[in-house]
Design a protein around this ligand. Sequence first.
Ligand code: ZN
Length: 343
Amino acid sequence: MHPLEALLIEREWLLADGAMGTNLFDLGLTGGACGERWNVDHPAKIASVHQGMAAAGADIILTNTFGANRYRLALHGLGHRVLEINESGAGIARRVSDAASRTVVVAGSMGPTGDVLAPLGERTRTEAIEAFAEQAEGLRRGGVDVAWIETMYAENELEAAILAVGEVGLPFLATMTFDTGGRTMMGIRPRDLPNLAPCKAHRPLGIGANCGVGPAQLLDSILGIRATAERETIIVAKSNCGLPRMGPDMQVRYDGTPELMAAYACMARDAGARIIGGCCGTTASHLGAMRDALERRPRAAVPDHAAIEARLGPLTVTAGTEAAVAHAKEDTPPPGRRRRRPA
Ligand SMILES: [Zn+2]
């Protein structure tokens, strides 16, 4: 059995890791530089981020390969080094996992190409599939357990990535970013995600939301996904650590405290997420607080938007919470007309 599926049978929730990019800035990466290049030039620094996340309780670590496709690497003159950079990145995470005393799943991060696909943009479907397949092949060679397709915003690009990991033979999870009035940049709503054709056709190990506009809004996305997902669907929540603020050094910082992320983690579990982690700004200390809270705090009711706003801050849109409430009403027969449960 796949190690991720085995863990999901054993445990109620799994903790995915925190940020890579923003943690590399703290280790000296400068704005505009290529963080994925560090897989080759500074592997010990990448390993230290993974080790910190694993020590804080991560069950899943994501490789430092988010932008390691040929089109994004080409912006740094590295378009010809895709296999090497992905294989190195996967190998670093693999070694951290192999040295751990418990199961730590290695997930190969794959972000968007950075280009809009035809017909709206120039990049063709075939080019996108080839680029993702090349990246996935590097990740496979480096020893990832699973591909983690993330921060997607368009159905056609999501499909290209899913077809590519299938070509290479990697199981996968897929998350989208709902950061534009409760939709992805291309207008997909959280409640649309479970029924997108590529998700229906290719059996992801998990689907969900990552990045975006803070923990409150991400929870609304989780509720939206849950409203239309099949009961057995594994839902993934990976929120940014609060909201971005421009620091005095002109670097973006995230304002979430460990306490806020701990509250978010428990509410994500209560909302139905089985895999919970942090995105931009989430450090090992945030992750440790999340693990601790998930272990100690008992499960609570599915949060409504009043509860989300009280703990995590204001929501800009509440499409997901409203969908979840509507769904719960459809699901609950009126009093006196209870459906008989199968024996
Ligand atoms: Zn993020």
